[in-house]
Design a protein. Structure first.
Length: 414
């Protein structure tokens, strides 16, 4: 389940005439409590199972039922156009058949046809109906069109029967709806952006460097490389020719990207400084070790030789970001990253401003990290500051979405 911090979506919930309609109340309630705007459309048969007062009270909006209500507003078109996602729960066999064949004989089905929003359906019916070849063919057709189908589950049905056909639990439907809304938003944003980085050469670093101590051990950090890989992935999708300098990443390498594999900070510095003169944009998302052991042993350190304590001497690694800024070519945009554990928001921002000033990069992406934040997570929260120290963008959510926010700033600068 998503947190309250997720952006509010406008969601149309369609309720059709099946006994599982009572579960739709929980779906609606969960979405509303998460802060989303929910418009409910119920079919005539759905109201035989769940009453109008219940649906209106739970959704906090007037219930829509009749195609000929509010004709002046063309409500079936308006509802479809405004929706970020449409979900039908329960979706009966009859409803699936009509959607698959483009039939629109009530307000809900008209809204589905009038909407470009992604569609989620949660089938619910008796086992024999679900397994009928006609229903299975309709489900396959919807799946091929990109409709998200949630369930059905196997379990207790009406009466004493059990088997596949039971509507999925509300929490599973809500999770699917929110994931589909996010994916739909990304698709819409991608269409709007187009290939705005076409012809640009972009260098991205990702992962965490490892500084060897001996042939077995190294000094490292918790970076998985997710954010850097996400930036490289989205830059390539937006038309750029991308080179990814990857240090020990723990996620799959992106397609369509030239990957240069390194391990230590010195190796990353060498690769970046060699590649940099040919780049229009450099985005330093990797977590680079500030220090490395002064001496790397040829053999494994054994505790029998060290006693109860081991002392290592460290020396500073090259400052890759500062080196790139000093060696920059004309019209090159350089973006640095700052991962800070400081809990106070204002203090953390001041640390980032000071770092940007020291490094001299055009923009600096600030994200808070900690034991349970930032590293090795699917989502993150960043602020992007410019040369004046002003926050020019903020983004919270999946790292692909955050990557686009970073690239939006770069694209505006370019």
């Amino acid at each position: 389940m998503e947190s309250q911090s997720e952006r509010p979506w406008r969601i149309v919930v369609g309720v059709t005439g099946g006994i599982a309609a009572y579960k739709a109340v929980s779906v609606i309630r969960s979405l509303v409590l998460l802060g989303h705007r929910v418009d409910v459309i119920a079919t005539e048969h759905a109201l035989r199972f769940v009453g109008r007062p219940t649906l209106e009270a739970i959704s906090r909006n007037p219930l829509r039922t009749d195609l000929y209500e509010n004709v002046a507003t063309v409500q079936h078109v308006a509802l479809g156009q405004q929706a970020d996602v449409v979900v039908i729960a329960p979706a009966t066999a009859n409803t699936l058949a009509k959607i698959a064949n483009g039939i629109a004989d009530d307000l809900l089905l008209n809204t589905v046809l009038a909407s470009r929003a992604p569609l989620v359906v949660a089938p619910a019916m008796h086992t024999e109906m679900w397994q009928h070849p006609a229903t299975q063919a309709n489900a396959r057709r919807l799946d091929e069109r990109g409709v998200t189908i949630v369930g059905p589950d196997s379990g207790r049905l009406t009466g004493t029967d059990e088997g596949p056909g039971r509507m999925s639990e509300p929490e599973d439907i809500v999770a699917a709806v929110l994931a589909t809304a996010r994916a739909g938003a990304r698709d819409r944003e991608e269409r709007l952006r187009g290939r705005d980085l076409e012809g640009r050469h972009v260098l991205v670093t990702a992962g965490g460097t490892r500084e060897p101590i001996d042939p077995v051990r190294f000094l490292g950090n918790r970076s998985s490389g997710r954010q850097g890989v996400a930036v490289a992935t989205r830059a390539a999708a937006r038309g750029a020719e991308v080179t990814l300098v990857a240090a020990n990443i723990e996620v799959p390498e992106p397609d369509g990207v030239n990957v240069v594999r390194v391990s230590s900070a010195e190796q990353m510095a060498t690769a970046c400084l060699e590649l940099a003169p040919r780049q229009d944009v450099i985005i330093m998302a990797a977590a680079v070790a500030d220090f490395r052991p002064e001496h790397v042993l040829d053999g494994k350190i054994k505790k029998e030789q060290t006693g109860d304590a081991l002392t290592l001497t460290f020396t500073k690694n090259p400052d890759i970001l500062r080196s790139l800024v000093l060696a920059r070519v004309p019209d090159q945009t350089i973006v640095g990253f700052a991962a800070e554990t400081e809990e106070d928001d204002d203090a953390r921002l001041e640390l980032a401003r000071a770092k940007r000033e020291r490094k001299g990069c055009d923009f600096l992406v600030l994200n808070r990290v900690g034991w349970n934040e930032g590293f090795q997570r699917e989502d993150t929260e960043v602020q992007i500051i410019d040369e004046r120290g002003e926050v020019v963008a903020e983004s919270t959510g999946e790292k692909l979405s955050v990557a686009d926010a970073i690239l939006d700033v770069v694209a505006r600068e370019r």
